[in-house]
Ligand binder design. Structure first.
Ligand code: XLS
Ligand code: NI
Ligand code: NI
Length: 441
């Protein structure tokens, strides 16, 4: 069901339906068929697609070299409350026309931040009352909420890691309010992305103390939310840099080490973003695998970077090969723990038609759908799993098995090596694996 407000914003675009790959309709899904079962689950349930409020409803295309290029009709009113309501109308029209079930937000995306925290809390109450009604009417759910503790200049030296306790306290207040509204809107998860939690120079930074403070604030946030009855997951979203020179949640492995060190791994999982992975000199597939192997693959922020530069360009995903590799990890892990696929992506600065946001999401949903089907076939018909398992067959019985079980010591290994013959050369056969991927894509 399409949900519009008093005014329809995306005129001329109706409900986006699955029409199959033979369709030439630019406003139809070619691969994303929400009710199609793949690996025992509908596509809708595998993905839990979400729109990102900040990029799709707020970001107007500004960059360090020029202002925004997109004029949003929902930004017209001079009253901040009315503006926020109009934006919510547009958001729900977009979500329901796409046939998505979820959205994600930062507190400041929903409504412009007020000059004081007290005033801000009132504003958040008002707009979330309004959004709750729209959720009720449409069935649209909140995948996750978060606090933007990086845009406001007060956070220029960090939020939880700020050397000034007064700023840490302010961040705590903002996070509490963001938790309150996330819980109020039935949020299934809550995200921490530490954009300013890091440093520009180690000369003025006590890294160890800052990390302790970050863990302390996360602990307080967890304890508060649990006391309010929040049952969902907390997600850490790793990113190596930008805006800071170095960010403490550098990559999945770093974030996992941090969660383990501070005893947070039971409540926290990871939200893996494609372009953050590539910024950290990893592949998307690598970051997913690191999270999944630790049992901490929580959610995905879907987008892509650009091969010619290292920025966080946040483009919509289109790379079928990259997403198929990712879907292999996704299926092996049994999907995501509590999260979904949030399109944390933005259209280009010169994509200035209101309808362009539909093309972007249709393309993103289709590439995930196509990749999921391909990955499922690669695993079940392509023989990739068997080939991979066979590489490790020497650990399935005999001494190899005893090694895995921790039953051999270094002297035992030495004895086995001295008694046995020189190991045979065994090919890794990478090209054969690559061909299987290509065959099923
Ligand atoms: C920025 C992050 C941000 C988080 C939420 O690079 O991706 O958008 O997802 O704060
Ligand atoms: Ni990002
Ligand atoms: Ni993100």
């Amino acid at each position: 069901m399409i949900l519009t407000g008093n005014k329809e914003y995306y005129k001329g675009v109706g409900s986006i339906q699955y029409e199959g790959k033979a369709s030439d309709n630019p406003f139809a899904y070619k691969y994303y068929n929400p009710d199609q079962i793949v690996a025992g689950k509908t596509m809708r349930d595998h993905f839990k697609f979400a729109i990102a409020y900040w990029h799709s409803l707020c970001g107007q295309g500004g960059d360090p070299f020029g202002p925004g290029t997109q004029q949003f009709p929902w930004d017209a009113s001079s009253d901040p409350i009315q503006r926020a309501k109009d934006k919510a109308d547009a958001a729900f029209e977009l979500i329901t026309k796409l046939g998505f079930d979820y959205f994600c937000f930062h507190d400041v995306d929903l409504i412009e931040e007020a000059p004081t925290l007290t005033e801000n809390e009132k504003r958040l109450q008002q707009i979330t009352d309004y959004i709750a009604e729209k959720q009720q009417a449409s069935g649209v759910k909140l995948l996750w909420g978060t606090a933007n503790c990086f845009s406001n200049p007060v956070y220029m030296n960090g939020a939880a890691t700020n050397p000034d306790f007064n700023v840490v306290a302010r961040a705590g207040a903002q996070i509490k309010m963001a938790l309150d509204i996330t819980i109020k809107l039935g949020g299934e998860n809550y995200v921490f992305w530490g954009g300013r939690e890091g440093y520009m120079s180690l000369l003025n930074t006590d890294m160890s103390r800052e990390l302790d403070h970050m863990a302390q604030l996360l602990t307080l946030a967890r304890d508060y939310a649990r006391a309010q009855g929040f049952k969902g997951n907390f997600f850490i979203e790793p990113k190596p840099m930008e805006p800071m020179k170095h960010q403490y949640d550098f990559d999945a492995a770093t974030a996992i080490g941090f969660l383990n060190k501070y005893g947070l791994a039971k409540d926290f999982k990871l939200n893996i973003e494609v372009n953050h992975a590539t910024l950290a000199q990893h592949t998307f597939e690598h970051e997913l695998a690191v999270a999944a192997d630790a049992g901490l693959l929580g959610s995905i922020d879907a987008n892509r970077g650009d091969n010619q530069n290292g920025w966080d360009t946040d483009q919509f995903p289109v790379n079928i090969y990259e997403v198929t590799e990712a879907m292999l990890v996704f299926l092996r892990a049994g999907g995501l723990q509590g999260g979904g696929i949030n399109f944390d992506a933005k259209i280009r600065r010169n994509s200035t038609d209101l309808e362009d946001i539909f093309h972007a999401h249709i393309g993103g949903a289709d590439v995930f759908a196509r990749a999921l089907v391909a990955a499922d076939r690669i695993m079940h018909q392509g023989g990739l799993e068997e080939l991979r398992a066979a590489r490790y067959a020497s650990f399935d019985q005999g001494e190899g098995k005893r090694f895995e079980e921790g039953k051999l010591n270094l002297e035992d290994l030495t004895k086995i090596a001295l008694q046995g013959s020189t190991p045979k050369q065994i090919s890794g056969k990478q090209e054969r694996y690559e061909n299987i991927l290509n065959q099923y894509i």
